[in-house]
Write a protein that binds this ligand. Structure first.
Ligand code: UDP
Ligand code: MG
Length: 154
């Protein structure tokens, strides 16, 4: 896969939805130049959320995390672009909003780690797993962004 077609899985969590931050968060990824590949507005099942966070199953906050993520609708998305996994994490800020710099999403919009409004894949490998977990192949759109030549020099 070409470097400019790297993909990441981003999800606005229930608190981000309830607090009216969907538009502001999407806007940041759009304005950066990344291409939106897929998006939906869903109430995730407990089964899906447990699987999504399976690597954290032995952590003390796991049950609370799954409950929080299922407490309302979420906005799962796939974004594409050069280094989008790493850059996406930089745009999110640190896991704990208290450690996140102003200018990052968590640094600007939230306060506590258990209400940190957004998820982003931490590696290309986990992005692939998460995209496959949340989206069917036919839900990933294949259009070419008309801005492509203005975002990339090659
Ligand atoms: N989390 C929590 N308490 C903690 C650590 C994490 O509630 O002490 C939650 C938080 O919502 C975080 C999620 O668990 O976003 C997943 O944790 P991870 O370490 O994967 O952080 P992330 O990749 O989201 O930055
Ligand atoms: Mg993580």
């Amino acid at each position: 896969m070409a470097a400019n077609q790297e993909r990441t899985f981003i999800a606005i969590k229930p608190d981000g939805v309830q607090r009216g931050l969907i538009g502001d968060i999407i806007k940041r990824f759009e304005q950066k130049g990344f291409r939106l590949v897929a998006m939906k507005f869903v109430q995730a099942s407990e089964e899906l959320l447990k699987q999504h966070y399976i690597d954290l199953k032995d952590r003390p906050f796991y049950a609370g995390l799954v409950k929080y993520m299922g407490s309302g609708p979420v906005v799962p998305m796939v974004w594409e672009g050069l280094n989008v996994v790493k850059t996406g994490r930089v745009m999110l800020g640190e896991t704990n909003p208290a450690d996140s710099k102003p200018g990052t999403i968590r640094g600007d919009y939230c306060i506590q780690v258990g209400r940190n409004i957004i998820h982003g894949s931490d590696s290309v490998e986990s992005a692939k797993k998460e995209i496959a977990l949340w989206f069917k192949d036919e839900e990933l759109s294949d259009y070419k962004s008309s801005a492509y030549e203005w975002v990339y020099e090659n």
